[in-house]
Write a protein that binds this ligand. Sequence first.
Ligand SMILES: *Cc1c(COP(=O)(O)O)cnc(C)c1O
Length: 831
Amino acid sequence: MTAETNKCSDELFELTRLPSDSSAIAIDFQRYLTRHLGRFIGCIPLYQYEALSLVIRDRIMMDWRDTWRRYDEPGVRKAYYLSLEFLIGRSLGNHLLNLGLDHSTEEAMNRFALNLEEIVSEEVDAGLGNGGLGRLAACFMDSCACMQLPVIGYGIRYQYGMFRQRIENGFQVEEPDHWLRDGYPWELERPEYKCVIRFGGRISSIEEGYGKSRPVWVDTSDVLAIPYDVPISGYRNHTINTLRLWSASATSDFDLDDFNAGSYSEAVEAKNNAEHITMVLYPNDVSENGRELRLKQQYFLASASLQDVLRMWENTEGPDYSQFKSRNVFHLNDTHPTIAVAELMRLLIDEKGLAWEEAWDITSHCMAYTNHTLLPEALEKWTVGLFEKLLPRLLQIIYEINAHFLKQVAMRWPGQVDRQSRMSIIEEGDVKQIRMAYLAIVGSFSINGVAALHSRLLTSGLFRDFYELWPEKFNNKTNGVTPRRWVAYANPGLRALITDKIGDDWVQDYSKIAAIREYVEDTEFIQRWYEVKQANKQRLSEMVENTCGVKFDTTALFDVQVKRIHEYKRQLLNVLHVIHLYDRIKRGDSADWTKRCILIGGKAAPGYKLAKKIVKLINNVAEVINSDPQVNENIKLAFIPNYGVSKMEVICPGTDLSEQISTAGKEASGTGNMKFMMNGAITIGTYDGANIEIMDALGSGNYFLFGLHAEEVEAARAHYNPGLLVEEDEDLQRAMHLLQCGHFNTFEPAIFDDVIQALLNPNDPWLTLADFRSYVDAQERVSRAYLDRTHWVQMSIMNTACSGPFSTDRTISEYNAGIWNLQAKPVIERS
Ligand SMILES: *Cc1c(COP(=O)(O)O)cnc(C)c1O
């Protein structure tokens, strides 16, 4: 071979980095748009978005491959984040920021007289999650990539994500979210890594000689799991981590015998049934509890992901599993993927031939579990009957895990039979059930809550027995949010101002944000901070006007509560306050008024009737207020439909007051509270979840606290008397009267009776009226504080300045130090 041909093959095989100046991007964009997509510059923006995404994707690929190579080196310890939800939202804009391509891309688009912001907002949200839990998983992925940690996310590629919410006559209407309809440029199908997932069948046994036999799972119906990889870019560090989403597919396209016999519909039925598994994301809805398809999804995710990890293990380390437990950790995001505990046992014993003790030693050293809720109705249980039918081999293994475990309990507390039945993974009774949280605890070496209070309540309440047995397993990891998406990307005005003062290191090391404290007395800085907030309020008010038809005056206080609609989050308390303000204006008590624009948004689970009624109430109250000229100069109320990640990116930068008003002891952590804080909103909140830590970080004076504490809530239940509270508080009496006399439902008699009943129920679990007085008083303090603009802006600056601990970079470094023990693996720079 000549030197000449050698050089040529070097160039062919050693791909070099693509240029990323604005001309290179413009040329590639033009090429993708015209030659690949067959469209031209004047086309609809969807194709502009698609072409630009392909341009950026090209600039990710080499780093993505190099990141994989680095993680695949022998001996690298890795973590796998298993989650049924990843609420990642849009990707294009986030990659542009993380890769440092935002300015050159904007310039490139300007050459075509195109607006980058408009193109970026063409992308549909990947709404593969319900709310906080799924969004946390997405923020975690961002931080892991930023910190160059070998972490792979595993989830499900739902064809339909979270439903789209429309408001019709004040009611929530759900529409399917077919987010993949126009294709998704951020996924890469990897059929070469497909695996088989088995369901149903029965257990037979194989004679192994010497009178021994072992169980085998036979006659199963099989489904294929096909992985689709989504790149997660680190912040300007060449690391591209992977979110691997599984999609279900039939093992063969269809039954040829049926097809040839002319039974076309039967022939495709099996295919359709298989593909149903990953068709829809379940809304967290009480009425969906115990559904067979949901258990199938959970097992599908767990089995596919574990098989994938074992395949990778054997690829780099061979068939020897002796080092497996020191190199791998599986993190269970809530109990949803807990079946992984039993599935890893099955794979190691049935497929890899390990003995029970060996397999258990590996499993129990590789699993870690995060609990996300104290609400008992949210704790997952599955009937033994369903397991028997769907996953008979897994049921056997769970029984055996339980038998070993109960022996341990009996040894620790001899004779305490009630404790054994209390702690058993199997709940006895008319319908035997499997307690997934207990399986997760027994199978994991680490169990964490998501805020200090929540972790404390877990060990003193829900999991007390287990804490007494294994105190060393329990720990706290307070949640966070990523400052890249939630400040640098969502709030470019604030990013520029902060960077102007302290440089841009804070984006990647968010503890540095504390340095802006120094400017809290600087009048020029205060003025600029105020101007940024005003511009963001302008942007938010345009969105509100376009989506709700309500005009928000940007000189007013923007008072915002956006989150899932749930009784424990107490949107009703907010509405009662709004009704109280309305009443004050109507009765002429509006001297020295602080104008307010109140925004509420969030989805109610489709089967949660009362939550949907709360949506209707908010809309009806809004209608009365906004159409009354005597009132709408002083307050406005709007319900923003279809709350989601990209809506929040506009909402949190434009908010003055963040409503975090859950019944104390019920919100495990909250993360919306952190996004608002980072963007300089001031919180009105209860002593609950991470609010407590937010308050501690701020020092008193920069937070509006109200309401009963968690222990007081529990103590108050015994003598809670809402009727008496109404009688003794004239403001509350008047607000309740407006509700009860049908003031907000003149033409819809009695529709709010269930809401009123819930408020007046002495057994109201959320004690809404108990906090009314304290809440209204705190709101009055807010109104007065807002009148002093300079002081308000200073509080705003302090909120951002003290938000360092609420970055997921802090959370993830604690996960890593306390649970995962991974080493950062920087991508080796190519020349
Ligand atoms: C942050 C976020 C949540 C969680 O909000 P909480 O106030 O903590 O309940 C839910 N949904 C979306 C779209 C979010 O961005």
